[in-house]
Design a protein around this ligand. Structure first.
Ligand code: SF4
Length: 338
């Protein structure tokens, strides 16, 4: 890997097989960036514990995620792929960083406020409150200068920048202040019309879905509820299927808009067409996915290699951290024996 490229840290929690929302919101962006930047791809398995203590599927979910990443085009030769839990320095740096941010600052985090709107501080676990601090450690351990994120993650990058500044002011310049890089097409609506596609909401199309599965799921997609019969004029801008056409079938968008609005196009035909286009975009991903699943030795090797590279990088940073903080190994000659 070249040292002249700027560094990117990007990661996801391993919550199961990935869906087209991940492809559109993150993976396409990561793949596009991997030639211009030096990327580190983190499987945030410890982060997953902030909201779910059931670890039964954590390992399998991590493997599924590696397969999806590689199938989507992440090149592990350019970008190490690794699990957070396998690089102990994440937790070490997290501990040091947790001394540099107040609980009041973390409680003001707007993303947290959204997530725990229905909870109170009595039920919020310490690790959930502090997860932006672990995220800061994830990013700064690799001296990440750029972090590709959606709008909702920008406040976390601000906390990372504050922590980096605080560390540098206290002990000397070790860390960069990373910049958020907003993803262009940040969010794909769920099949149910919800703002976000999410496994827990059951409104997803998976990267691994067959054309038949895609067609079946697409049948359930929410369209314009005022277009009841085929010939009723429709409003494409309130229709989830139309938003998928915009992403996966841009060439036909003007024609679909025209025919939907005039009533010449019915939702059944429109959904069938959309299913075919989504399936066509996913076909090479599914093919690569199947090949990877048939060669798990290769997938495990990708992880082993990525984790070794991440550990080496993390160890270098922690040496600098201890040196700056003067908590490193003490040289024998410097010990003042009384
Ligand atoms: S015709 Fe297509 S774009 Fe129009 S409402 Fe139906 S599914 Fe949506």
């Amino acid at each position: 890997m070249s040292d002249t490229k700027k560094r990117i840290l990007s990661g996801m929690r391993p919550t199961g097989k990935l869906h087209i929302g991940h492809l559109v919101g993150a993976l396409e962006n990561w793949v596009a960036l991997q030639d211009r930047y030096q990327n580190f791809h983190l499987i945030a398995d410890y982060h997953a514990l902030t909201t779910n203590l059931d670890t039964t599927e954590l390992y399998q979910n991590s493997l599924d995620m590696v397969i999806d990443w590689l199938a989507a085009g992440i090149d592990p030769a350019k970008s190490p792929v690794f699990r957070q839990s396998q690089v102990k320095e994440h937790t070490e740096l997290h501990l040091i960083f947790s001394m540099l941010v107040t609980t009041a600052r973390l409680e003001r985090n707007p993303t947290l406020k959204d997530q725990v709107r229905d909870l109170n501080m009595e039920t919020l676990v310490y690790g959930h409150l502090g997860y932006p601090v672990l995220q800061a450690a994830d990013i700064l351990l690799y001296k990440g200068e750029v972090v590709p994120v959606g709008e909702d993650q920008v406040p976390h990058i601000e906390i990372t920048r504050e922590i980096a500044r605080r560390f540098n002011n206290q002990w000397g310049e070790v860390f960069p202040e990373p910049e958020p890089k907003l993803t262009k097409f940040a969010r794909l609506a769920g099949l149910d019309g919800g703002q976000k596609m999410s496994k827990s909401l059951g409104n997803t199309i998976l990267l691994s879905d067959t054309p038949e599965e895609i067609q079946k799921k697409m049948r359930t997609a929410v369209t314009d509820t005022q277009k009841v019969r085929k010939n009723d004029p429709g409003r494409p801008d309130v229709c989830v299927v139309f938003s998928y056409h915009q992403k996966f079938n841009p060439a036909e968008v003007p024609e679909i808009r025209r025919d939907c609005e005039s009533g010449a196009l019915g939702c059944v035909a429109c959904k069938l067409n959309c299913s075919a286009k989504v399936a066509a975009v996913l076909a090479p991903v599914r093919e690569r996915r199947a090949a990877l699943e048939a060669d798990m030795d290769h997938v495990l090797d990708v992880l082993r290699t990525g984790e070794a590279a991440a550990r080496a990088e993390a160890a270098r940073t922690m040496e600098q951290v201890r040196e700056a903080m003067k908590v490193g190994a003490v040289k024998t000659e410097s010990i003042n024996v009384r």
